[in-house]
Ligand binder design. Sequence first.
Ligand code: PLP
Length: 378
Amino acid sequence: MRKMRFYFDYNASAPMLPSAQAIYKAQCEYVGNASSPHAFGRMRRRALDEARAVFSDFFSCSPRGVIFTASATEANNLALLGFVTSHLIVSAVEHDSVWNCAKEAKKRGHKVSVIGVDGAGRLDENELAHAVSEGALVSLMAANNETGVIWQMEQFAPLIHEAGAFLHVDGVQALGRVNADVFAAADMVSVSSHKIGGALGAGALILCSKNEDFLSKCAPVIHGGGQEYGLRGGTENVSAIASFGVALKACVTLPMRDELRDQFEHELRHFFGTRLHIWGETSRRLWNTSCFGIAGWRAEEAVLALDLEGFAVSSGSACSSGHIRTSRVMRAMGADEDKAREAIRVSFGAEHRAQDIQSLCAAIKKLAPLAIESTLAI
Ligand code: PLP
């Protein structure tokens, strides 16, 4: 009999919220291109405008500052490779969609500076102050997708702006999980629909700078029919975008349930004691994310063992060509290979119940000792 599955991988993709699903389905019934002048097109345009208004209200920017894309990966590409600058500054723990854009910018001859973090996942502010230069673009994440560590953008923004540089915030994991003022100091923000309960297939780059020179520096990376104010060519995915707007309205009303993460970590600490490591434990973290390791339990084995019991979690390690590649984030936080290989991420949703957390803890408490004993016995 197939065991009941428990989904604890919201940071990878969250389930669609009912209201987002309803508008998505309704929009899929319609035909038309939002750029067409006829009634069918105008109806699609209305749905697009309504979603755009939700974002411009939320980010206090003009509707023209809301550039819909197909994903946050694309929004990050637009931010980092579209913005006109010769100096890009990123942190060592950014998501691959930022990290690989920085690599690409370097290939194209731009200067790229990488800012380190400490063992608790905190950004090295002195390094940032030293690196920042006039006209540079600094790209920092508001919350880390692996550890959940939150960065206060208002702490870094003054030194970036005073140097005449610009701040791009990868807000994918923070949206709906952190107070909106985390974005207030940003010049642009990337966000993703499927992380907040909207459909897959929509993202946005929000241009919310108060600097008058800013817009003249924005250029498209996808050239096409002039959609999205000329900054992103391609017919808009109206169904997904409409659900994104509805999801944004809904997700900010959901409770931030710190007690779930606290219950989870407390139960594991009680059982595993000093064998348990919690990444970023002393930093401010997302209420829904716990990244932990149990000494001697490899994360890739843990993910498979938990999956067999019906629990979906994730690990930072990835297997490529028969080799395990550990997470760049863990390494940047100073972990050795063994410790990095033990990093497991669980990410909750507001609808999880205390007994779901208990079930997950019970499975971990059952599986980890078995795996550790069998390793010790070899
Ligand atoms: N940025 C961060 C911090 C993420 O966690 C992710 C996805 O996990 C992305 C960007 C990319 O988002 P998308 O899946 O919409 O491309």
